[in-house]
Design a protein around this ligand. Structure first.
Ligand SMILES: Cc1cc2nc3c(=O)[nH]c(=O)nc-3n(C[C@H](O)[C@H](O)[C@H](O)COP(=O)(O)OP(=O)(O)OC[C@H]3O[C@@H](n4cnc5c(N)ncnc54)[C@H](O)[C@@H]3O)c2cc1C
Length: 375
């Protein structure tokens, strides 16, 4: 059977897998858009927060931070920088958060004000601090994954959408990509918001992957922001903000089911977050520099879908990263490459089972319970 692995999707998921796989197998990455990482992967808040998300996500994030720190030192470039995370709440809410997560440190009101002097003192009682949270230079990380994959022999094709495919009797595929036909022994579905649709092209049962839109804006403020200030979010996740290049990056944290596509900004969401920021900080939002909207594609149980499909041979899932696709990319690329090459470390078998496309808890589209949203 053909050795070649065809990765569909040139976002951070597909490229991080190409980085880890290309030294072992022939790899082709196809991306529908003319540029890589055009969709979700260029529209994130660029955070890596080890205390964020369910257990498997936290584990993948810790591994990814360590890998990206290694990449930063290999590059000699500061692509990872500390960005502590402050979660505001009542004393009871903070106590509950800290009890559930050993790495969170409780801060009283005075210490929270010292860490974040721009807050109105009356809007919170206490905070939980994650001092290990990081901000990452996503364009630099994506370019690292791409260039390392290409250096190891991978071929990366942009403007190349997978339209249709035929299964071969030997277990591989002939895939139609525009005017080209690419044969591959293994196909990887790293198509982000389109992942269930791409599964359909291969006759694979979809896994209930639902894109949800979320908007971000860069706003200017009347009072200058502290470039080293923390990321701040309330316990109810109704907004977040952090310094960004002399401005403030803000989001109303909306999570609204949407169609796969080129997500467009909803002005009302930006107006909402500005009202919320002005209600909790003394900074005074004075204008919107730019804004964007992206899609976080998630499953019913909030975990990614990673692994071979047991019903259709040689079809591999790498999708459903929700709000965690940046912070888990290095570790998920490594885990997925291990599964494809057949060299998954024994200690990762449990983690792989939790992400399996065969697991219970994955539902069909339209059955995602309200409230089950990734960050
Ligand atoms: C506002 C916002 C804030 C976020 N903040 C964070 C954060 O701080 N930290 C974090 O970890 N995550 C964050 N995320 C989530 C993160 O951005 C995503 O999880 C991640 O980018 C998903 O990567 P991906 O490669 O799966 O998807 P994408 O980047 O969307 O890539 C999938 C690609 O597949 C291509 N494709 C689709 N169909 C085909 C086809 N038929 N043929 C060829 N190509 C195809 C698409 O064109 C697309 O480029 C955020 C997301 C949003 C929207």
């Amino acid at each position: 059977m053909e050795e070649r692995v065809l990765i569909i999707g040139g976002g951070i998921a597909g490229l991080s897998l190409a980085w880890r796989l290309a030294p072992s197998l022939p790899v082709v990455v196809v991306e529908a858009e003319e540029s890589l990482a055009y969709h979700s992967s260029s529209r994130s808040a660029r955070q890596m927060q080890p205390n964020y998300g369910p257990g498997p996500i936290q584990e993948l994030t810790r591994r990814s931070i360590s890998a990206v720190a290694g990449i930063a030192s290999a590059l000699g470039a500061p692509i990872l920088q500390p960005r502590p995370m402050l979660t505001l709440g009542t004393k009871a809410e903070v106590a509950q958060l800290v009890a559930a997560n050993a790495n969170l440190v409780p801060l009283d009101h005075a210490e929270t004000m010292r860490r974040s002097p721009d807050l109105w003192p009356g809007v919170f009682e206490a905070a939980a601090l994650d001092d290990t949270a990081m901000e990452v230079n996503v364009p630099a990380l994506v370019e690292y994954y791409r260039s390392q994959a290409v250096a190891a022999g991978a071929v990366v094709l942009t403007g190349s959408a997978v339209d249709s495919a035929t299964a071969h009797p030997d277990g591989g595929y002939e895939v139609v990509v525009g005017e080209h036909r690419i044969t591959a022994g293994t196909v990887v579905n790293a198509a982000g918001a389109w992942a269930d649709g791409v599964a359909g092209i291969f006759g694979v049962r979809c896994r209930g992957l639902v894109p949800h839109r979320r908007s971000v804006a860069i706003v200017s403020t009347k009072i200058p922001t502290d470039p080293a200030g923390p990321m701040v979010e309330p316990v109810d996740e109704s907004f977040y903000y952090r310094p960004d290049g002399g401005h403030l990056l803000v989001s109303a944290c909306e999570s609204v089911p949407a169609e796969a596509g080129d997500a467009q900004v909803v002005d009302a969401e930006i107006a909402t977050v500005i009202r919320r920021i002005d209600a909790v900080t003394t900074l005074g939002v004075s204008g919107v520099e730019r804004s964007w909207t992206g899609l976080r594609t998630q499953t019913a149980d909030g975990l990614p879908v990673v692994g071979f499909d047991e019903e259709v041979p040689n079809f591999f899932w790498l999708a459903g990263q929700g709000g965690y696709g940046i912070q888990t990319s290095a570790a998920l690329g490594t885990l997925a490459a291990g599964m494809i090459v057949g060299e998954l470390p024994a200690e990762d078998a449990g983690l792989a089972a939790e992400l399996s496309p065969q697991r219970a808890g994955l539902q069909q589209a339209g059955e995602v319970p309200a409230g089950q949203v990734a960050g």
